[in-house]
Design a binder for this molecule. Structure first.
Ligand code: 5GP
Ligand code: ZN
Length: 119
């Protein structure tokens, strides 16, 4: 289980704590999945660790098992959303790469054609 204290100023810690509402679509002991408020695809879900870590690298350093748990929950949600095996997983890391919430989160995107490279 999470051993990092929740950050009271962190939006996703507050969603995990139930202090801010979100449309939860899946959960596990270590992770929570909820719909992005500004979806970029028919399915756009954020899968977050319950513990506060700033980004994917810090998350991997803190717990490889919990990083795997987020990935597995994303797969479960993708299947529940009817995406089969066709979806994109993204960790934006750093403001210059588009990260705006500094609590690690895996974007699960699917339900439309996904171009590559993403631009
Ligand atoms: P980032 O830009 O950090 O990779 O992704 C943050 C995501 O959080 C964005 O896609 C944004 O739409 C989403 N987001 C921001 N505020 C909220 C919120 O209050 N609730 C939910 N469900 N998503 C949010
Ligand atoms: Zn947090």
């Amino acid at each position: 289980m999470s051993d990092a204290p929740a950050d009271t100023d962190c939006l996703f810690c507050r969603i995990v704590a139930g202090e801010i509402p979100a449309e939860v679509v899946g959960e596990s002991g270590h992770s929570l999945a909820f719909r992005d408020v500004n979806p970029q695809a028919p399915t756009h879900v954020l899968v977050v660790p319950r513990r506060h870590v700033a980004n994917a690298g810090e998350f991997a350093e803190a717990s490889a098992d919990e990083l795997a748990d987020v990935t597995l929950l994303a797969r479960t949600v993708a299947q529940a959303e009817g995406l089969g095996g066709d979806y994109r997983l993204v960790f934006n890391t750093g403001a210059g790469a588009g990260q705006s919430v500094f609590h690690a989160h895996l974007h699960l995107l699917g339900g439309r054609a996904m171009k590559w490279p993403p631009g």
